[in-house]
Design a protein around this ligand. Structure first.
Ligand code: NAD
Length: 433
């Protein structure tokens, strides 16, 4: 790990939480490193007849509590370090939510928007061909992440079925409903974040109508959350995507912003060309300006490392709800804490996605499918219960919410690691009989 390693930064959160737990040395040692890190080369026949080779990754960080679980990211900046960090966060997220999974993640270094739909399908199937021996419903289960969606999950499941010669829906979650996907999975990350926000803000007497909100990232997570918050009466004053953002002091009309952005997506196309910036009715602002707006609630819902020691001193929001994975660096955390800003951490706030992925896996394995109300009710009760638990740890130990979330996760992980270990047989270097 280099000094600017994302994983090194992520694992510092673990160090901060360790002093509040009685976790065994075995468990600490096991959690320092990813269990398996796979790097594959994926040859793809391009539409012009040429061959291009892409780099792909799959990391299983820890599977003590169950099979690995984690999304697959398509992005030009994907690297082994990033995938390992995302797998690390998944390990703690699954433990914090009490899901019977370990943590995993995958990715391909690619600009998917530069590929045709057929090239994208060949790449996705090629990725599964390369990692098929390392995944499976009881080994490691895939899901969508940045720039991957249900259509891509469908191709991946189909390719796995072809290789295994049987139908195996539980190897991938976030699939199309017609292929065994769960109702509610598409909106689950946003819905989970919404349930956490709606449960936590009343503790500060913050009512929706008097709460201004800025959201960075307008995709599956940020876009749907913006709509849920708008519908609940929050004043969503700014949103952004990779091309920039829009702002209106009196609040944006989120459904019309979403409609305009989505209108640029062709039927069945995985990505839309449009940007929220093309909604001409509002002022434009940069992603950096959005983060520094004087709002009550700031929601990073794009990529990691957005709030750093450089811009943290200028953040004016009272509350940050992390919908993206790893949007705040550990150096920024200290600055935000000193400013009295409450940071509700990613491993809690965005856990709705993996929670409904778990429900999808359960439905695939039982063969019994739930109605939408049941999915959302189960999601709400689980995520709010864990949020309250984390809130109570933070209050009782006077620690930041992130540290509390890690304490909560580590206690479950530590118990599982110790339960399968043999340390108790070795006292002072001697075997105990
Ligand atoms: P997505 O591909 O649907 O959307 C990503 C959004 O981020 C797009 O609006 C894109 O324009 C924007 N974006 C990209 N680069 C940006 C930049 N430099 N600045 C500002 N915006 C930028 O992805 P998603 O599924 O919404 O994922 C967003 C975040 O949420 C990621 O950190 C992801 O790991 C996390 N997350 C997603 C899920 C899920 O189920 N989809 C679950 C948990 C966590």
């Amino acid at each position: 790990m280099t000094n600017d390693s994302l994983l090194l930064d992520a694992s510092q959160r673990l160090e901060q939480a360790l002093k509040y737990t009685s976790i065994s040395e075995d468990a600490i040692e096991s959690l320092k490193f990813p269990q398996t890190s796979l790097n594959v080369s994926i040859p793809v026949r391009m539409d012009d007849g040429s061959l291009q080779v892409f780099q792909g990754y799959r990391v299983r960080y820890d599977d003590t509590r169950g099979p690995g679980k984690g999304g697959v990211r398509y992005h030009p900046n994907v690297s082994m370090d990033e995938v390992q960090s995302l797998a690390f966060w998944m390990t703690f997220k699954c433990a914090a939510l009490g899901l019977p999974f370990g943590g995993a993640k995958g990715g391909i270094t690619v600009n998917p928007k530069a590929l045709s739909r057929l090239e994208l399908e060949r790449l996705s199937r090629g990725y599964i061909d390369a990692i098929a021996d390392f995944i499976g419903p009881d080994v490691d289960i895939l899901a969508p992440d940045v720039y991957t969606n249900s259509m891509i999950m469908g191709w991946m499941m189909d390719e796995y079925n072809i290789i295994r010669r049987h139908i195996c829906p539980a190897v991938v979650t976030g699939k199309p409903i017609s292929m065994g996907g769960s109702l509610g999975r598409e909106a689950a990350t946003a819905m989970g974040a919404y349930f956490v926000i709606a449960a936590m803000l009343p503790k500060f007497d913050q009512v929706p109508q008097a709460t201004t909100v800025a959201i960075q990232g307008f995709g599956n997570a940020g876009g749907i959350l913006a709509e849920l918050m708008f519908a609940a009466g929050y004043q969503v004053v700014a949103v952004s995507d990779s091309k920039g953002g829009i702002y209106a002091k009196q609040g944006l009309d989120i459904p019309s912003v979403r409609r305009r952005k989505e209108a640029t997506r062709g039927i069945q196309e995985p990505y839309c060309d449009g940007s929220v910036c093309e909604t001409k009715d509002y002022d434009l602002l940069t992603n950096e300006e959005l983060l520094k707006l004087d709002v009550d609630v700031l929601i990073p819902a794009a990529l990691e490392n957005q709030i750093t020691e450089v811009n943290a001193p200028d953040i004016k929001a009272k509350f940050i709800f992390e919908v993206a994975n790893g949007p705040t660096t550990s150096a920024a955390d200290k600055i935000l804490e000193s400013k009295g800003i409450y940071v509700f951490p990613d491993i809690l706030v965005n856990a709705g996605g993996v929670t409904v992925s778990y429900f999808e896996w359960v439905q695939n394995r039982s063969g019994l499918y739930w109605v939408l109300e049941e999915v959302n009710q189960r999601l709400k009760s689980r995520i709010v219960e864990e949020a309250e638990h984390i809130w109570a740890i933070a209050r009782d130990l006077t620690v930041p919410l992130r540290t509390a979330a890690y304490i909560h996760a580590i206690s479950r992980l530590g118990e599982a690691i110790s339960a399968k270990g043999t340390r108790d047989y070795y006292v002072n270097g001697h075997g105990k009989h």
